[in-house]
Every structure is written in structure tokens, then in C-alpha cells.
Design a protein around this ligand. Structure first.
Ligand SMILES: [Mg+2]
Length: 390
């Protein structure tokens, strides 16, 4: 059995925990200005239809007593680490997937901790006692169902899908509930006549694969209750990078720089998701003759800000004399340190300003993308590139 644990309204609950005046109130964590977005909403605020990624001004319109508090990232990651450590007491197989979510493989733990229900209840109790917060737990024989189950009985929930219940559960499951199925995929599936996962089995497999490619295979497996992905504890990440082969070789540095913008955003997003900062930025170029070069620069202070990564990669590119046309370009970061490593402000005020201002932009973008998909917001310079190629 696999458990999926998800803290309830995590950031907002931490704020209520640390400030009892906020208990029972409509609380959102987010920027104070009207241009900001909600990073997390308390259950009281959710009753008004307020949810994360909603612009603050809209949240204010919905609830006139709304309390807006700024986020305390370091405090959230401190509690997150406590929670993950507790999970580690129950199984060596813990896979953290975000600051407040993790999978735990408890197969074989029944000798020690009892049934699935007993184990899940014990974990919930232990977390409540240790950090003072509630969480919701889902249990199922496969990962994708465990994740769906944790959302079934929120807050402070426990929902178990037993092996003999998988087939009927899958039959009636709306495809939009599957992690990774966004609005776009969902409407593509609906056009095919697939609304429930059970509908998949009514269709010709070849047609589904032809329409959906690789994801088609996965969907067919999921519709049979099969999910081969395992709970994998992370090996500490040493570097993160992304690269792309260009549709045509080029030596146009302006074009290459816009490539770096999207790549730096992706690398930054992964850093932030892992709550890491990087000390080194690397640019990679492969020329039309397949010869490859890398150029690296060390940062004064480690960063997780996309704009900083972009700036450094851009500097490396402009310093480079292109020998030939370029066929591949990429950005990487290395020298990773935990994201809560303090930045030495004062000495390098410039660094701090950039970190603070663009860090907030990144935070807002991450939330919006997490909610509505990766392509929902694009930097203006990327948009221009798209238009010019249309
Ligand atoms: Mg949560």
C-alpha cells in the first residue's frame, strides 16, 4: 500500500498556528498589493470561493474581512522538514513531491505498525502532536490513486482505496482528477468522448495512442488501475539543467538569448520546487559541427531566481565568440545548497534587491503555473518571439 500525505491549507494553517488571532478567520497568504496573487487560502476563506492563484483584488472583493499575511518561507520549510522526518520513521521509502506533500510506501509495515488505517491514523496523530497541524492522507495500492484519495476527505481526512475497490473506483473517476491532466488535456479527452477513466476502455486503444501519444499508453494503464511508478526517495540533486535543439542552426545572439529566457525560467522553477539555490550557472552550446562547449560562472550569492540565472547565462553568451552556427543551447545550475541559506544583505544590496523583487515574481508565476499549466503565463520577450515566428 502507498500513502499520499498532503498538509491541509499548509501556508495558511502555519500562519494560523503562529498567530492565534487568525484562527477561524478568512486568511490568505500572499502579496499585500492588489496586483499580487493568493499563495494559500484558509478553509474559512475557501468558503467564499477564494483559492490559490486568485488575484488578491478578487479575493478582497469576495470577502471584506479578508486578512492578508505575507509568506514566511523559512518557517514553512522548517515545518516541512519536521513532517518529512516523521514520515521517515514509518518507512524508508518516502518521496517528497512538494513542500507539503509526500508519498510513503508502507508495504510490509503492517507487522510493525498495523493495518493501513492504523498506520495512517498513527502518522496523522504524530504530525498533529509534533507540529500542531492537520493533514489529509490517501491510501491505495498505486501512486496515482493514493494522490487522488488524499483529496477525497479534506481537511483532516483519511480515505483508503483497497485493492478490491480499485476497478470500480477507476471506472467512475473523472479524468480531470488525474495528476498531470490539465484543462487542455481534459477537453481533448472530452472531445474523444472520454470524461471518466472508465470511458477509456470503451475506445479503440490504437485511436487513443494515435491521438494522445505517450500519454495515451499511460491513460490505458491507469484505466486498468495500473501505475508502475514507484515511490522513490530522492537522491540529493547535484545539478539541474535544460537544453533544446533549435529547429534551425543560427548565430543570431538575440534569438539565442530569448531561448535562454525560457530555459532559465524552467531551471529556476525546478530549483524552487526542490527548495534549493544554486551557486553556479552554466551555459552549454553545441555548434553545427556537433562540437560542444560549456561556460560557467560562480555567483556571489546562491540564487533560485529565474531572472538572475537568465542574466548570468546571457552574460556568458554575449561574452562568447560564436565559431559557427549553433544547433543546441542549454542552461544549467550546480553547486546546490538548501533554499533557506540566508543571503548576505548589506554587502551586496544589488543582489538582494534583485532576489527580493524577482523572487516574488517567481513565486507568483509558480503558483499560477501550478494551478493552470506551464504555458499560461509567458514573459513578454518570449511572447514577442512567438509572434514573430507566426
Ligand atoms: Mg496541501
Amino acid at each position: 500500500m502507498i500513502l499520499h500525505l498532503d498538509m491541509d491549507a499548509f501556508f495558511a494553517s502555519v500562519e494560523q498556528l503562529d498567530n492565534p488571532d487568525l484562527v477561524g478567520k478568512c486568511v490568505v497568504v500572499g502579496g499585500q498589493s492588489n496586483r499580487g496573487v493568493v499563495a494559500a487560502a484558509s478553509y474559512e476563506a475557501r468558503k467564499y470561493g477564494i483559492h490559490s492563484a486568485m488575484p488578491i483584488f478578487q479575493a478582497r472583493e469576495r470577502c471584506k474581512d479578508l486578512v492578508i499575511v505575507s509568506s514566511h518561507r523559512r518557517r514553512y520549510s522548517e515545518i516541512s522538514q519536521q513532517v518529512m522526518a516523521i514520515l521517515g520513521e514509518y518507512s524508508p521509502l518516502v518521496e517528497q513531491i512538494s513542500i507539503d506533500e509526500a508519498f510513503v510506501d508502507i508495504t510490509g509495515c503492517d507487522q510493525i505498525t498495523g493495518s493501513t488505517r492504523d498506520t495512517a491514523l498513527a502518522i496523522k496523530k504524530r504530525i498533529k502532536e509534533a507540529v500542531g497541524l492537520t493533514c489529509s492522507v490517501g491510501a491505495a495500492p498505486v501512486k496515482f490513486l493514493a494522490k487522488i484519495a488524499s483529496d477525497m476527505d479534506k481537511p483532516d481526512g483519511l480515505y483508503i482505496i483497497r485493492p478490491d475497490e480499485v476497478a470500480s473506483f477507476v471506472q467512475h473517476l473523472p479524468v480531470g482528477k488525474i495528476s498531470g491532466v490539465g484543462k487542455k488535456t481534459r477537453s481533448a479527452l472530452e472531445r474523444l468522448g472520454i470524461r471518466l477513466l472508465g470511458d477509456v476502455q470503451k475506445f479503440n486503444e490504437q485511436k487513443i495512442i494515435a491521438r494522445l501519444g505517450k500519454f495515451g499508453y499511460r491513460l490505458i494503464e491507469l484505466s486498468r488501475g495500473i501505475d508502475k511508478s514507484k515511490v522513490t526517495p530522492h537522491s540529493p540533486t547535484k545539478s539541474i539543467s535544460t537544453e533544446s535543439t533549435l529547429s534551425a542552426n543560427t548565430d543570431d545572439k538575440t534569438f539565442l538569448t530569448t531561448q535562454l529566457l525560457g530555459q532559465a525560467e524552467e531551471v529556476g522553477r525546478q530549483l524552487r520546487r526542490k527548495a534549493m539555490k544554486a551557486k553556479t550557472v552554466t551555459l552549454k552550446l553545441k555548434y553545427s559541427d556537433f562540437k560542444q562547449i560549456t561556460r560557467s560562472i560562480s555567483l556571489v550569492e546562491p540564487t533560485q531566481v529565474s531572472t538572475v540565472i537568465y542574466g548570468k547565462a546571457g552574460d556568458l553568451l554575449s561574452a562568447e565568440t560564436l565559431r559557427k552556427k549553433v544547433r543546441l543551447i542549454g542552461v544549467g545550475v550546480s553547486g546546490l545548497v538548501p533554499g533557506d541559506t540566508p543571503v548576505q544583505c548589506g554587502l551586496f544590496d544589488q543582489v538582494c534587491d534583485t532576489e527580493n523583487i524577482w523572487g516574488k515574481v517567481d513565486e507568483a508565476l509558480d503558483h499560477i503555473r501550478g494551478k493552470f499549466g506551464k504555458d499560461i503565463v509567458v514573459k513578454a520577450s518570449l511572447r514577442r518571439r512567438d509572434e514573430s515566428t507566426e
